[in-house]
Design a protein around this ligand. Sequence first.
Ligand code: NIG
Length: 426
Amino acid sequence: MHSPASLRPTATFAVRNAVLATCDRSPSDAGLLHGAALAVTNRHVAWIGRDRDLADAVDLDGARVIDARGGLVTPGLIDSHTHLVFAGDRAGEFALRVTGRSYLEVALSGGGIAVTTRATLAARDDVLFEEAARRARRLLQQGVTTVEVKSGYGLTVEAELRLLRIVQRLGQALSDQVTIVPTLLLHAVPPEAAGDRAGFVGRICDELVPTVARERLAEFCDVFVEEGAFSVEEARRILEAARARGLALRLHADELTAGGGAELAAELGAASADHLEEVDERGIAALARAGVVAGLLPLSTLFLGSERWAPARRLLEAGVPIALATNLNPGSGMSENVGLALSLACLKLRLTPAEALVAFTAGGARALRRPDLGRLAPGAEADLVVWGCDSAEHLAWHMAVNHALAVVKRGRIVHEAAPAVAVDCR
Ligand code: NIG
């Protein structure tokens, strides 16, 4: 018997016959519901329950209903750390690193970020936009429905503003498909400012940050705290200026050397401290006390040929919330491969597949301060993925291929994999 019509939500979209991972319980519990269904009204999840109760609980007249055929359905993935607006390639640098030069050696001898900055400066706006949109679409096709996008390859006030305007254009152009979260990133001091670092930091605080805040060009401000980039004191000055203007904070912390980045993130109440390959016990304790999310980026550790994997288990044991992201960028992570990130999180960070999935969904949402995303529950945004397999274990096991069969953004299908492309193991 149907529930009284007045009590039944009217669905605009539903997915049935699913193994639902709600990702709304704890860092280690994917919240699995077998034989489940989910209904959406307009852009929000309206109902979740047993598949056999769906037709009674929800008015499906006029709804688009898809059958997951026993497949896993998760929240849309949240890539909470990317640098996808850039031009040029760094393949030569990659080849050099393979023969033994380190990332830091290349960077300190004038390569690295400086190379991408020059190529980005020389590229036309349309080219930067199109390349970035292609990268975002590649992520979307693998189940990513929210992408944080950093500036950072401009370095000067004018050039960073230019990149943030391209990120803004990206957000507008893709708004129906992917949520773009813009971040102002201070990546390095430009060579021409090397003689007056304090003056450069002053221009960032007094010109760049106020303009970004006034024009609402970014939600977050991020600083790369590292040898050859910014010191803790410089980063504190920039981040305090950003916080005073209403921007939330994140940091690139303790990536190549342990430099007090995690402690600074905790001191300033940052939303996340990312990388953390070199974080020590003091840094971990500070993150835990302040509830700062640890953004883990295993594709970068692989790409740098390093064996210094972020201490994910220690972070979890200490109670630090974790997020998993791609860190798509030309210098330390030239890969959009979401599946590989999930597998490395298990193989090298020693997360369970469920922990990796939660970190890539609810964890990412927390890092971006978006509690409406990254979980499946009534009232949450209806961003979800139907996978061609039935478990998080399978996603991590069948490595570096794309299992995303259908990607749904705010209750509308925005990507369906072509049959020949989809890996469908259901
Ligand atoms: O997140 N670490 C700093 N930024 C990037 C690398 C940027 C580059 O080398 O182009 C990262 O790893």
